[in-house]
Design a binder for this molecule. Structure first.
Ligand code: UD1
Length: 449
């Protein structure tokens, strides 16, 4: 047993041979406020797509600010299998990806099922090869997460898209052609797929009702550096003029706003004082405003922000929406805070239908929460009580850890590979902030409940 994160080592992505340690758990001793400073790495939801963007240009692309998380390892394996050479410098948080002239066209199920973001290779492969076979993805257990807008958009650009034997097969032998595409909903994944396909299509593509998340802006900025012609960056109408070829580049990943937001909520709900560095306050405007409403003092500091809470938080209502609305990826953490806040709150989830699944685990810790459809009603309790619980997805896992920090006694969160998918150095960061947490190996875990 150790207090470090002690993640299975992977120093060189191409040969890392890493397995998913599904049985590991975190033991948390509640009752210690988070106090101190923590620094945030690059965004998971950006870097995975930046790795896919690299596929669009033959040659060496360098990505910096890369978090040491399991999903980057999985994406590294995927692009390696597509023919790239990938090298990872952990100390420098840098990935180099050497992209060959000829890529493979197939993303296999064994990797795609581990991570839904694998779908992001679809756009680059169809753009460069005119063909792509992508296993239909798995990923977080947070809803059905369809791909209809990805498929319809590519079809509008002239691709033939079918699904057979668990694979999505896309082909456009004649090169994709520019089209005007109205998304039914500002889907992050569909916006990315269509943007990556359009940058090398024939003519002009307009994506209307596009997603505007900071990670989309990051991807767009990398594409522009590679020679793509994109207007309307950061708005809901992207106009893209296809070019024949893109060139490799170097790009620094945008900081992870969800990790930064997790620390902010942790500070507020443990009545602590945390300075979050390498974080952009403007990417978290609504979430930080909600923390102020809950009674926290939030201030800007050099390269980040500070959250101080001197009293029990007050309950806050939340409604998740596409950016710049309240991020669904911060919803579980806010539910955890509301579970110990003063008052009654309503949380409405508009993006993922199964995102309240983890609430049953919070109830095991003594939370008073009722869900009905996409609403959750939370009656704040003065305290929670430690118990064994299971992480179902990345953010639900993080929120259970936050709940454990304020629960009386010990909480064991199992299946923490979900948390490892998105948080680099979670245990060491928490320990650095004064939390009592350690990673348990299987033999040290309490008996199954
Ligand atoms: C991304 C993020 C995820 C975040 C989400 C919303 C990554 C790796 N993941 O997921 O962390 O929670 O954005 O901010 O970046 N939908 C369809 N048809 C489609 C596409 C989407 O019905 O063709 C639905 C999905 O089922 C889901 C909703 O739209 O209910 C949101 O999906 P989307 O915005 O595409 O999110 P992801 O890209 O999957």
């Amino acid at each position: 047993m150790g207090k470090s994160d002690a993640m299975p080592a992977y120093t060189n992505l191409p040969g890392m041979g890493r397995t998913i340690p599904e049985v590991e758990a975190f033991l948390i001793r509640g009752g210690h406020p988070l106090v101190g400073e923590v620094s945030v790495a690059g965004a998971k939801n950006s870097v995975l797509k930046l790795m896919a963007v690299a596929l669009l240009a033959e040659g060496r692309t360098t990505i910096t600010g890369v978090p040491d998380i399991l999903d980057v390892a999985i994406m590294g394996k995927l692009v390696t299998r597509l023919g790239c050479e990938v090298a990872w410098d952990k100390a420098a948080q840098t990935l180099t990806i050497d992209v060959p002239a000829e890529l493979e066209q197939r993303a296999d199920y064994d990797l795609v099922r581990q991570m839904r973001a694998s779908i992001s290779v679809l756009g680059p492969l169809i753009a460069r090869l005119g063909v792509a076979d992508i296993a239909l993805p798995g990923g977080d257990a947070i809803g059905s997460r369809g791909l209809d807008m990805h498929m319809a958009g590519l079809e509008r650009m002239g691709a033939k898209v079918t699904s057979e034997h668990g694979y999505l097969l896309a082909s456009a032998p004649e090169r994709l052609s520019g089209a005007t595409i109205w998304l039914d909903f500002p889907s992050v994944g569909a916006t990315e797929t269509l943007m990556m396909a359009a940058v090398m299509a024939q003519g002009i593509t307009v994506i209307d009702n596009a997603a505007r998340e900071p990670e989309i802006v990051d991807i767009t900025e990398m594409l522009v550096k590679m020679g793509a012609q994109i207007d309307g960056v950061g708005t809901s109408t992207l106009t893209i003029e296809g070019v024949d070829q893109l060139h490799p580049t170097t790009h620094d990943t945008v900081p992870d706003r969800i990790v930064a937001g997790t620390w902010a909520v942790g500070a507020a709900m443990t009545q602590g004082d945390v300075t979050v560095k390498h974080a952009r306050m403007n990417h978290l405007a609504i979430a930080l405003d909600k923390l102020t409403e809950a009674g926290a003092s939030v201030s800007e500091v050099d390269d980040g922000f500070r959250v101080v809470m001197d009293e029990r938080p007050k309950s806050v209502d939340i409604v998740t929406l596409p950016y710049p609305g309240f991020a669904t990826d911060l919803q579980p953490q806010f539910i955890a805070m509301n579970a110990v806040a003063d008052g009654l709150s309503m949380v409405t989830e508009n993006l993922f239908e199964a995102r309240f699944k983890f609430v049953n685990e919070l109830i095991r810790l003594g939370a008073d929460i009722r869900t009905e459809g996409h609403h959750a009603v939370i009656t704040g309790r003065p305290t929670l009580s430690g118990a064994p619980v299971e992480a179902h997805d990345i953010r639900a896992g993080a929120s259970l850890v936050l709940a454990g920090l304020v629960a009386q006694g010990d909480t064991v969160v199992s299946k923490v590979h979900h948390i490892d998918r998105g948080y680099s150095g979670f245990v060491s960061d928490l320990t650095g902030l004064g939390a009592q947490i350690e990673r348990l190996a299987p033999a040290e875990m309490p008996a199954q409940r």
